[in-house]
Design a protein around this ligand. Structure first.
Ligand code: MN
Ligand code: MN
Length: 478
């Protein structure tokens, strides 16, 4: 028989709060579900290395689950409860909705993530020849540590739009027999000066040139023969010329696939998990949502890594326009007040990753307020840096309601902040939706090696996150 708990033990249970490692709490059956879920996630990571590829994947999955494009509906095609619609914005961001029973003026429940990730973009005039080799000029995208991107296999993904409007899809480096590309580094023997430099300066942005070829075109009358041969190969395969690079989105991303990490396979390692890990969980949750009271929305945006700017980012009116459209299609007497009420009565989980505590890097986090790998989703009250500047802060009234529904539905959660006060910081899309009047909190999972070519997440966190988003959609918060 178990010893009876002491008064102190009972009081301790009642009064103190701590979060637990979820692996300790689940049985073998649930572990199986966790591992199964991560298989689908890894496939998603491997097939969706750019925002365009994520958007296309999302549409394919959504259509299989009965979602229809809102642009295919006429103005007399009224939306009714249970209907599932989506809209794609310039092939780079997507929004999906499951229409609820309550009128849209009562607000919607949104899970919003971003599908762009840090990477290296090609410049508009990328191809040049030097020392008998062809290289590609680049400009990195988002907050990368440049030294992490040299001497690894890289793939080239994206689109080139020809002057006649034809869009050419490019994807080189993913198939087993594809070539890969790389950015070289200096040999240690000659790196005496480089090794003395600050890490931020040892590899320069302008020095991130991609090795692309070295066989010359056989004609001595031509000046840059290797470049010409590369342009010929590109023209043979894609029908493009050098000028076509001017109108292209071409992204250099790691060529390797996502894999299990750890002998117990408890982690997923792979490129682009910020923020495709939350995007995948949000997508999974909305695809498995039917029959809701309040309309459920999954918003997948672009350009978060550079500030959510532009007409595909969270600062654009795309989302507002989509809401206006579903309000219009759901009511007989649409007016602007319906949209305004919808926005101010809406709630949102800003689904983005947080920095997990890493035993290799002590001292950057307040361990009492940091988030941990394997302790579930993070209710992150505020972002920003140096006095919370430039971030978003959730209202405690909203957080209390979330605690309630997560506790009632057995969702393991923890709190978190990105790091120690005055150590740095960051923002998410939360603030832009908050500006519209939506009640928002940051709520994602912890990541190790964030923004690196090989980011690490915990499988139990990913699984918990998808469950949490599903619970959020199903429970009215008013
Ligand atoms: Mn992010
Ligand atoms: Mn990021």
């Amino acid at each position: 028989m178990e010893d009876k708990k002491t008064n102190g033990q009972l009081l301790n249970e009642k009064l103190t709060h701590s979060s637990e490692y979820i692996w300790e709490k689940i049985d073998e059956k649930e572990k199986e579900l966790v591992f199964k879920f991560s298989e689908g996630y890894k496939k998603f990571l491997n097939s969706s290395k750019t925002e365009r590829e994520c958007a296309a994947f999302t549409v394919k999955m959504a259509e299989e689950k009965g979602f229809v494009s809102i642009d295919s509906l006429g103005k007399d095609n009224k939306l009714t409860p249970g209907m599932k619609v989506y809209q794609v914005n310039r092939n780079k961001s997507v929004v999906l909705a499951v229409i609820g029973k309550k009128g849209l003026e009562n607000g919607v429940n949104i899970v919003g993530a971003h599908i762009d990730s840090p990477r290296i973009d090609l410049k508009q005039n990328p191809v040049y020849e030097d020392t008998g080799m062809v290289l590609l000029k680049t400009h990195y995208y988002g907050g990368i540590k440049k030294y992490q991107w040299v001497t690894i296999p890289l793939a080239l993904h994206g689109v080139v739009v020809k002057v006649n409007g034809d869009v050419v899809d490019v994807n080189i480096g993913e198939e087993d027999n594809d070539p890969v590309f790389t950015i070289t580094d200096l040999l240690p023997h000659l790196a005496q000066d480089q090794m003395q430099k600050k890490m931020s300066e040892a590899i320069t942005g302008e020095g991130l040139n991609v090795l692309f070829g070295s066989i010359p075109y056989d004609d001595d009358k031509v000046k840059d023969k290797v470049k010409l041969n590369i342009l010929k190969l590109l023209n043979d395969k894609y029908g493009i010329t050098e000028e076509d690079f001017v109108s292209a989105d071409l992204e250099i991303v790691p060529a390797f696939k996502a894999s299990d990490v750890g002998l117990d396979r408890s982690f997923v390692g792979g490129y682009g998990q910020d923020d495709r890990v939350c995007s995948y969980a949000a997508l999974d949750a909305i695809l498995n949502t039917n029959d809701v009271d309040k309309t459920a929305i999954c918003l997948l945006t672009d350009k978060e890594e550079i500030g959510s700017m532009g007409n595909t980012g969270a600062q654009s009116v795309f989302f507002e326009n989509f809401l206006a459209k579903i309000c219009f299609l759901s009511t007989d007497n649409y007016n602007d007040i319906i949209l305004r009420s919808c926005l101010s009565n809406s709630t949102m989980l800003s689904a983005d990753v947080n920095s997990g505590v890493d035993p290799n890097y002590e001292g950057v986090q307040d361990k009492r307020n940091a988030s941990y790998m394997g302790k579930g989703i993070i209710l992150q009250k505020y972002t920003g840096s140096r006095g919370k500047a430039g971030g978003s802060e959730a209202n405690p009234e909203f957080i209390a309601k979330l605690r309630k529904i997560f506790n009632e539905n057995n969702i393991s959660w923890q709190t978190g902040e990105i790091g120690k006060v005055d150590k740095g910081g960051g923002g998410t899309i939360a603030q832009f939706l908050a500006n519209l009047g939506v009640e928002v909190i940051d709520c994602g999972v912890a990541v190790l090696s964030m923004h690196s070519p090989f980011e690490i997440t915990s499988k139990i966190d990913i699984y918990t996150m998808a469950k949490a988003y599903n619970v959020f959609y199903k429970n009215i918060i008013s």
